[in-house]
Design a protein. Structure first.
Lengths: 272, 305
């Protein structure tokens, strides 16, 4: 502890810290403004960690601790996967695995105006297709409870429900919106961040060489996978879930060991 | 209202459809075959009569305790066996603290029926003095994590805890021979319970289309499936209990198929429980032998301090 305090603060960036570690000493950083993110606390001149994780620094002055957990703490500009839970007059309520429901304003779609609000109720089947088609033309969707959406966090203020959007910053639909078919599973926030990191995560790289699939990773620890056959989806989903605690090399070995097809789809045998 | 919505766990439309379509080609989301059981791991606490069972993601802790009580009037020579369940909101946010939910009651009843009505535990040997003192065995089942199929996991936890439980030895003494003396474990080795056979609960899930049948459904599958049935059988193939609550109807042919599957699974699970108990008992015996040299070592150190 003693020698940690005396070392220069920069040395803590990108290293693992545990609660109680003093990561920054403000007395040596006068005339600077710094911004603290999640997991850091100020005690007079000392900035200490309150959760275990990796200390990150972003220029010019932001510090935060990145950790792996099951619950998601919303952060502006994160891309996440949400589930529609309910719809109100102005908002859809979206489950984002966070402490509060996310609000998705009904106008937060590309081309969203008061006249073209996405419908939430189940429509009569005969009408359904034609209406869906016309909504598609103007970029709107048909959302029912349980729909999986790829979203962007727009506002994440303390004590308020986070605000979400189905458009990018310029108002285009981009990749956002409902995800069709496929399978969604939950991981830790740490794993989902690893999957999105560049260079590509080893498990995805190894899987991608053998199989073709579509994947959407939300920073809130949700991953959606789609492929032509259910077999591929199951293989990809389980490979990703099992890779959580493996190193890069181990992930590649796991993938190489996997038989190409047949009943023993995974390295381990389940009890019969 | 919003708080309740935030606490309820939900499945997306995509997942529901995927689970159903994948099952049509006999694929389950965790890579199992329809009639494949998840991996079971059984651990024991340091104390006698405590177990922790992990079945895939599901975790259940079992704890057995005993108390001397007065027997029921109508059964003066029989000990008492009771089961209590504890569904913590930590296991699943949909479990409410305080009052037991429908699932908690059902789970307790299924296990209770399997153990008691098949007379798996010999209650007559729990009698000390007829009409005055019998042992009341209490099984506490704590659900630690809900990954689906809680009934089977809780049943295994209850059996494992019962098999490793030991009650203190008692003898009658005093002037009139009516006084109960409970011997502390240091003086007389505590006695294990008499368990005649192991009733193993095996759960099945039914899916509406094409009458698809799966064994040991996971949490996600439970949310999609149309009905469930729990059969309690032992390794000899005796049927101890069947629970089919609500959901869709099942033809007789399917029930017979389930029973056949359950019997073969019960044999392998029985063996697994017995092996785990064996390992625990050996460790326990070794711990006893070691006790003397280590205890003197500790004494010396305490004096130095």
């Amino acid at each position: 502890m003693e020698n940690k305090q005396s070392s220069s603060p920069a040395s803590f960036v990108d290293s693992t810290v545990v609660p109680g570690d003093v990561v920054l000493d403000l007395s040596s950083m006068t005339n600077q403004t710094i911004k603290l993110g999640g997991g850091l606390r100020q005690d007079c001149d000392a900035i200490s960690a309150v959760k275990a994780g990796t200390l990150r620094f972003s220029k010019p002055n932001k510090y935060w601790i990145e950790s792996s957990q099951k619950r998601y703490v919303p952060c502006v500009e994160d891309t996440i996967l949400g589930i529609v839970v309910d719809s109100k007059a102005d908002n859809f309520l979206i489950d984002i695995k966070g402490p509060a429901m996310g609000f998705l304003p009904v106008l937060a779609f590309e081309g969203g105006t008061r006249r073209n609000i996405p419908k939430f109720e189940k429509l009569v089947e005969s009408l359904h297709n034609s209406i869906l088609f016309s909504m598609r033309l103007i970029g709107l969707y048909h959302l029912e409870v349980g729909t999986l959406l790829y979203l962007r966090v727009v506002k994440a203020n303390f004590g308020m429900n986070p605000e979400l959007s189905c458009t990018d910053a310029s108002g285009k639909a981009a990749e956002f919106g409902p995800l069709k078919d496929g399978y969604m599973f939950e991981t830790s926030t740490g794993l989902s961040r690893k999957l999105l990191s560049s260079p590509t995560c080893p498990v995805l790289e190894a899987l991608g060489k053998k199989l073709s699939f579509e994947i959407a990773v939300g920073l809130n620890g949700r991953v959606w996978v789609n492929a032509a056959s259910p077999d591929t989806i199951v293989v990809v989903a389980n490979a990703i879930m099992n890779s959580e605690s493996l190193s890069g090399a181990q992930q590649i070995i796991m993938e190489l060991k996997r038989p190409p097809n047949g009943s023993e789809r995974f390295g381990h045998r389940q009890l019969r | 209202m919003e708080g309740r919505l935030a606490n309820s766990w939900r499945l997306t439309v995509n997942d529901k459809n995927f689970i159903k379509t994948a099952l049509l080609s006999e694929i389950r989301i965790d890579g199992r075959k329809p009639f494949e059981y998840r991996k079971i791991s059984i651990k024991f606490g340091r104390e006698d009569g405590s177990s922790e069972v992990q079945l895939g993601q599901t975790r259940v802790m079992g704890m057995v305790t005993a108390q001397l009580v007065q027997p029921y009037r109508d059964r003066p020579k029989e000990g008492i066996l009771s089961i209590f369940t504890e569904f913590s909101p930590m296991a699943d946010p949909s479990f409410e603290p305080g009052r037991p939910g429908e699932l908690a009651v059902e789970l307790g009843r299924i296990i209770d029926r399997g153990l008691r009505e098949s007379r798996a535990v010999d209650t007559e040997s729990l009698c000390i003095l007829a009409g005055k003192f019998v042992w009341a065995i209490r099984i506490d089942l704590h659900i630690l994590d809900n990954g689906g199929n809680l009934v089977d996991a809780a049943n295994i936890a209850a059996l494992a805890a019962l098999l490793t439980f030991r009650r203190p030895e008692c003898s009658l003494g005093g002037e009139d021979g009516q006084e109960v003396i409970v011997h502390p474990p240091e003086i007389r080795e505590p006695l294990p319970l008499t368990v005649h056979h192991l009733p193993i609960a095996i759960s099945f899930g039914f899916f509406s289309n094409e009458s698809i049948l799966v064994i040991d459904p996971t949490h996600n599958e439970e949310a999609v499936m149309g009905g469930r049935m729990t059969t309690t059988v032992n390794a000899n193939g005796d049927i101890c209990a069947i629970q089919k609550s609500g959901g869709e109807g099942v033809p007789q042919r399917v029930i017979m198929q389930c029973l056949q599957l359950a019997t073969s699974k019960a044999a392998s699970i029985t063996k697994q429980i017995k092996d785990a108990v064996e390992v625990f008992n050996t460790e326990r015996a070794l711990r006893k032998i070691k006790r003397h040299p280590t205890s003197t070592g500790v004494d010396v150190r305490e004096k130095q301090n």
